[in-house]
Design a protein around this ligand. Structure first.
Ligand SMILES: Cc1ncc(COP(=O)(O)O)c(C=O)c1O
Length: 427
């Protein structure tokens, strides 16, 4: 692991201005408060240092990956579907990239569908498989802790398309029990979706076991592995025992807007986009060639071995845990076992995520309250609530470390945590 977190960004300059912490929220004891402070720094001020502890939200594009993408943002600009000579350079590229991705994953090329990222892969998997399999049955199963890109698909299938959905409860570590899955499967169950690793608190689910339960029962299985790739040792896609696996490039130093769905043959999810016959009739839309190439490069470079160095990250996380346990009113919610090594999440009594994150941000620390799309919103964490901690679901803080995280950064954060927590508790 690099000792130079500045490798991420230009030395003294924070890559982001401190977030404008505007908006309103309702701390439990103080009624409605409007946070209109805006940035605490003058426009041209610089925070002392930027510590990026939000790798679960996204990772920086690797320079070598960017280099591999550049021709596809420049000279190779033709539409791969065009038949004229102007597109000769581009024509075979999606299928070359598909062959590489398939080889890397241990899949058939026909089992790879390029998408725009994790959200689309999850939508295509859940909506596409449920609609394809509907003649066989009407019952679907998922868990209470999935990303909204999965949960909202199930909500839609239930409310608009007449499916019945069982949402499995989880234990205090946020984990689905294989026995609960066995009990929930019915003769009309067609699809189960349980994530490989949780983005908010880091729980690693026993997906191989869940997948084999599904296989034994003739039920199709999807796993959202968006947060898992690049973090856990990977050899072959068969390790998940899944029919559908979602992957997203920007979680392992690839480009944003690029992902893939592994769809095990012969399952053919019903397309959710309508238009041309791209991706062998499974995903209409002119290919994002630069994104696809960048994703395949990042897969080959950063997934096996994983770019997230587990032993180093575990040590850093242990330091954070030691510091946090000293602070009154804090509780760690990331599981102590079977958890992503980079993810350290906690809740704070009598405080609010927004106040905590704002307090960290003014010190230069980038953290999150969960999935990026809901960070800064007023929604309590559905994941923390599902673990049974309803009262603290609005006080989640997630530190997610990565490739450039260092011991000195962790020491710095450990040093300022007591004050940040105290200030947030005072409201
Ligand atoms: C577990 C999980 N699934 C899906 C997504 C959605 O990915 P994207 O926003 O890149 O489409 C995320 C993003 O944070 C995620 O963490």
């Amino acid at each position: 692991m690099s000792n130079s977190p500045r490798g991420l960004v230009d030395g003294n300059k924070p890559p982001w201005r401190p977030v404008r912490w505007g908006g309103c929220f309702r701390p439990r004891r103080r009624g409605l408060i409007f946070l209109v402070a805006g940035p605490r720094f003058p426009e041209n001020a610089r925070v002392p240092r930027t510590i990026y502890f939000d790798y679960n939200a996204t990772t920086p594009l690797d320079p070598a990956v960017r280099e591999a993408m550049l021709p596809f943002l420049g000279e190779v600009w033709g539409n791969p579907s065009s038949v004229h000579h102007g597109a000769t350079n581009a024509r075979a590229r999606p299928d070359d990239a598909r062959d590489r991705a398939a080889k890397f994953l241990g899949a058939k090329p026909s089992e790879i569908i390029f998408t725009s990222g994790g959200t689309e892969s999850n939508n295509l998997a859940v909506l596409g498989a449920a609609r394809r399999l509907k003649p066989r049955g009407n019952h679907l199963i998922t868990s209470a802790v999935e990303h909204h890109a999965v949960l909202h698909c199930f909500d839609c299938l239930e409310s608009k398309e007449g499916f019945e959905v069982t949402r499995l409860a989880v234990d205090s570590d946020g984990r689905v029990s294989p026995d609960d899955l066995k009990k929930a499967i019915r003769s009309d169950t067609i699809l189960v979706s349980v994530m490989a690793a949780n983005n908010e608190i880091g729980t690693i689910h026993a997906v191989a076991e869940l997948g084999s339960i599904c296989r034994e029962n003739g039920v199709f299985f999807h796993t959202d592995a968006v947060q898992w790739f690049g973090q856990e040792p990977f050899e072959n896609i068969s390790r998940f025992n899944a029919d559908l696996v979602s992957v997203c490039a920007h979680k392992f130093h690839g480009p944003k807007g690029a992902g893939l769905l592994f769809a095990k043959s012969p399952l053919f999810p019903v397309p959710i986009f309508f238009g041309g016959g791209h991706e062998h009739e499974r995903r209409a839309g002119t290919e994002n060639l630069a994104g696809i190439i960048g994703m395949v490069e990042a897969l080959e470079k950063f997934v096996n071995p994983p770019v997230f160095a587990v032993p180093d990250l575990k040590k850093l996380k242990a330091k954070l845990a030691g510091a946090l346990l000293e602070i009154d009113g804090c509780e760690i919610v990331s599981p102590s076992e079977s958890c992503l090594a980079n993810t350290f999440s906690f809740v704070v009594r009598d405080a609010d995520s927004i106040a905590l994150l704002a307090g960290l941000d003014v010190e230069g620390v980038c953290a999150s309250s969960g999935s990026a799309c809901s960070a800064g919103s007023l929604e309590p964490s559905h994941v923390v609530a599902a673990t049974g901690r309803h009262a603290s679901a609005n006080s989640l803080v997630r530190f997610s470390l990565g490739r450039f995280s260092s011991a000195s950064e962790v020491d710095f954060v450990c040093g300022l945590l007591p004050d940040v927590v105290r200030r947030a508790q005072l409201g």
